[in-house]
Design a protein around this ligand. Sequence first.
Ligand code: F6R
Length: 613
Amino acid sequence: MCGIVAYIGPRDAAPILLDGLRRLEYRGYDSAGIAVLQGGKIAVRRKAGKLANLVRAVQAHPVHGEVGIGHTRWATHGEPSDRNAHPHASSSGEIVVVHNGIVENFLELREELADEGVTFASDTDTEVIAQLIELYAGGGTPLFEAVRRAVGRLRGAHGIVVISAREPDRIVAARLGNAGGVTIGAGEGEMFVASDMPALLDHTRRMAFLESGQIALVTRTGYSVETLDGKPVESALQTVDWDATAAEKGNYPHFMLKEIHEQVRSLGDTMAGRVDFEQGEVFLPTLKIDSAAARRIRRVILTACGTASHAAMVGRILIERLARIPAEVDIASEFRYRDPILDDRTAVIAISQSGETADTLAAMEEAKRKGALLWSIVNVVGSQAMRMADGYLSMQTGPEIGVASTKAFTAPLVDLFLLGILLGRLRGTLPAAERRKRVAELRRLPGLVGECLAREASLAGPAAALKDVTHCLYLGRGSNMPIAYEGALKLKEISYIHAEAYPAGEMKHGPIALVDKSMPVIALAPRDPWYEKMLSQIEQTKARGGMVIAVCTDGDDRIPAKVDYAIPIPDVSWTLSPVLTIIPLQLLAYQVAVLRGCDVDQPRNLAKSVTVE
Ligand code: F6R
């Protein structure tokens, strides 16, 4: 979704804005632009398509000044074109806005402004914001007040950043609802604003985060925050521990491949300081839970979207098995509108890499409103999902830039395993001996992931076999059923091959009708409690002429004898096997997408942080 970056300080703003936008490219966009205060006026450059087009436009017509805003747009109102790209100026050209979100009452406001004689230069909802601010800034009203008043008229969720030629010493930023973050970065004698931390990491790690309903005045030397109704807010700077190199590709051809390989480290980091492997103890202080609170929980609901919902599906199995609490998974976009039955003995766990997904945040709000105990598992420290929850777990993976989530899938699997162990201990449902055994196994996990990665080259055969197919099926059971869903999602989102996942036991109830020579089946069949069932599923597929690619366990000779391609992984218990079985499926999807010449890191139509409904 849209990315925002803004600068005020002693340096030339344009290169800083363009570089910040480059670091936000991963979010997905279809046009980009910057606006810079230059000689008492605001100069705007904007271009449809990739950032390189904007860079060329700026080289052809340079802009110089020390205050500016930039934006990458993911089209909602109006096609991706030069005229619809942000920033958008008011009719006077003196007030310029970038915006993330959708103005739900845009038509009504546009008509109202048209009645005032305003004419519009774009099809966007954002231009309405610029024109409204202009209207309210008449008669010498300060920019800050005009923005406050304009934001008060908007329905929907928004992140907005504004500059004005009339008040060149300031940037005004506001956040309303959950349309993505507004992050303020503090440098030495210079300040930044951005939608996401990676845009700022080169300049500062001291950041403050706006909450919904807050508006900030940012100058070269500092910032102040108020609520939209005028109450001052203490919004302290926090030091984030991400570093700028973590958001670089290094020697990898794509962020996705780099991030797949980072899983050895990210899983180690996710456990670091939280586990006593000798005693089988788990420490999760940020959850703020004790034995009495854990014993009160009657039901767990895990809610998330996309890849995070597949992690939730594994989590449900782990929490039921390890802590013996009934657990359910609810897709966040459905949960929020279902008027779910919740009480203070229900724990709702929201999983979100970005911590800014609009549907997940809305589901969390619903849970909070109904008095449930609310936890989140997030990658972005300081994100809305972290701040809104009663307690949280962080994924410790560092920034994930590839749009297709990989390391931010396996880290929550470990978080959920740790949570299951902790709840099992606090509730007395997990015998100490079993707890020690399971925790001890966890120690080996990063190394085992490394072994899976070392076998990357062996996926060339199956990748070539899938390169030209149009459909395929992913099957799994038990703790690997969610991995079938996640494997299929990885393939479809980056290679555009239609991939469906099923719990393998469901095949005989309909989908097996699809199986013939042209329907490859990817089966998850490690040695686990569901192994024999998967074996017979594979046999049924082979009997109908289907090609089978199977993930199996080292040393298994039955599966390799039956299938077209066997992908062995190291032996591990069923509770942790999803962390290993997904690795070859991530690599397989990656290799197929590369063979098909797809844009792996920025697949079409997708955005990294989905901040609209
Ligand atoms: C797929 C993918 C998406 C996200 C989903 C939720 O690879 O990345 O399905 O998992 O949009 O995003 P977060 O985790 O940021 O809430």
